[in-house]
Design a protein around this ligand. Structure first.
Ligand code: G7M
Length: 353
């Protein structure tokens, strides 16, 4: 599954990049003349990774077991990005036998202690493959997309929400929420709806998430209320009937349709979300879907309980979340001194004043 997500992300990354390649001037002129006929592309011949001269590691993701490297292929002037990712294990006994529990498998002992033995295993060649993506010629935008961005945590009080995040949300283009209007108005994705309750106060639409690959083991749905609520910060006791309805009716609908019991579902909200129209995520508990980390996910059961205990809980609580260095929200927190300005910016500001 990690692979599916990786490839999806990769496709998004590759697809939304439409920039000219940053090559040396002579090569650039050649490319500009005929961008479709790219003479420098290494994909036309067999790619030999031993000719890849590494320039820098853009990202080494130990969670995904993935490395992204920028470099140059010998004899080619334009930069390239190579992404290597370890594969998932097969589920079928036959393939596990062929690849790992095989006479050709090598097991090297590292050390033992009591009942524990630590070994290094070398599976058979066919099962030792890596998913590999080579982007060439790579644009600066491609390269930038693969650079791991620095993360910073914000411990947001309600005052900070009002001062920074709320104006930031209001300044956003509402066009980004058009897909939600379309679903609620019956103009799109009606075939993806699992459950619908049209009550304007407690009603919602439960439908498949865009990212779900339709495999039960990675089940991923979202509930969109008819009530327009910006985000978790706006929730109070008046929303309890809605939240409880989503929790109960949404879960029951999933159990009925997919046979997954309530005890195996994870119901949560994001803060900060990508879309500022309150929605609840439903995912299969045994699927470690991205976005379930403590700095982003809020269990629906906890949200309900918090409001039951303190009706204006979300106007009082400190909510923590991460921002990516360079993103707009990051800059907004920099502007008011919550996040440090980097040296370059400090120098410019000082020189200007
Ligand atoms: O991070 P946030 O909590 O805002 O998550 C938004 C969710 O909405 C993600 O899981 C997306 O995959 C999902 N999503 C985004 N879009 C644009 C669509 C869409 O057009 N249709 C559906 N069904 N889900 C979407």
């Amino acid at each position: 599954m990690a692979l599916t997500i990786f490839l999806e992300g990769m496709a998004e990354k590759v697809l939304d990049i439409e920039e000219k390649v940053e090559c040396p001037p002579a090569k650039k002129a050649k490319l500009d003349e005929s961008s479709s006929e790219n003479n420098d592309s290494i994909h036309e011949k067999e790619v030999n990774l031993s000719t890849f001269e590494m320039k820098r590691i853009l990202q080494n993701n130990t969670y995904r077991k993935q490395i992204c490297i920028e470099g140059i292929f010998k004899g080619h002037e334009c930069p390239a990005v190579v992404v290597l990712e370890k594969k998932n294990f097969p589920m079928e006994e036959l393939f596990l036998k062929r690849g790992f529990f095989n006479e050709s498998t090598i097991l090297r002992k590292l050390y033992t202690n009591d009942v524990y033995g630590n070994y290094e295993c070398f599976p058979t060649r066919e099962y030792n493959g890596l998913n590999t993506i080579v982007i060439h010629p790579a644009t600066p935008k491609h390269i930038d997309k693969f650079i791991k961005k620095e993360l910073h945590i914000i411990n947001e009080t309600y005052e900070l929400y009002e001062k920074v995040v709320s104006p930031y949300i209001k300044s956003m283009d509402t066009f980004s929420l058009k897909w939600i209007d379309n679903i609620l108005e019956g103009k799109a994705e009606q075939e993806n709806i699992i459950y619908q309750d049209k009550d304007k106060d407690v009603g919602f639409v439960l439908l498949t998430d865009l990212k779900w690959d339709k495999t039960l083991s990675t089940l991923k749905l979202i509930a969109l209320p008819y009530q327009n609520i910006t985000c978790i910060r706006e929730l109070n006791e008046t929303h309890l009937p809605l939240l409880k309805n989503i929790q109960k009716a949404g879960t029951e609908a999933i159990t009925e349709k997919f046979g997954i019991p309530a005890s195996q579902l994870r119901l949560y909200l994001h803060y900060q979300p990508s879309y500022y129209y309150l929605h609840v995520h439903f995912s299969y508990l045994m699927f470690d879907t991205p976005g379930i980390f403590v700095e982003k996910a809020h269990l629906l059961s906890s949200v309900i309980s918090n409001i039951e205990l303190i009706p204006d809980y979300y106007k009082k609580a400190v909510l923590s979340f991460v921002v990516f260095k360079g993103d707009l929200l990051f800059k907004k927190f920099q502007e008011i001194g919550i996040l440090e300005k980097d040296n370059e910016q400090t120098e410019t500001t000082e020189a200007e004043s």
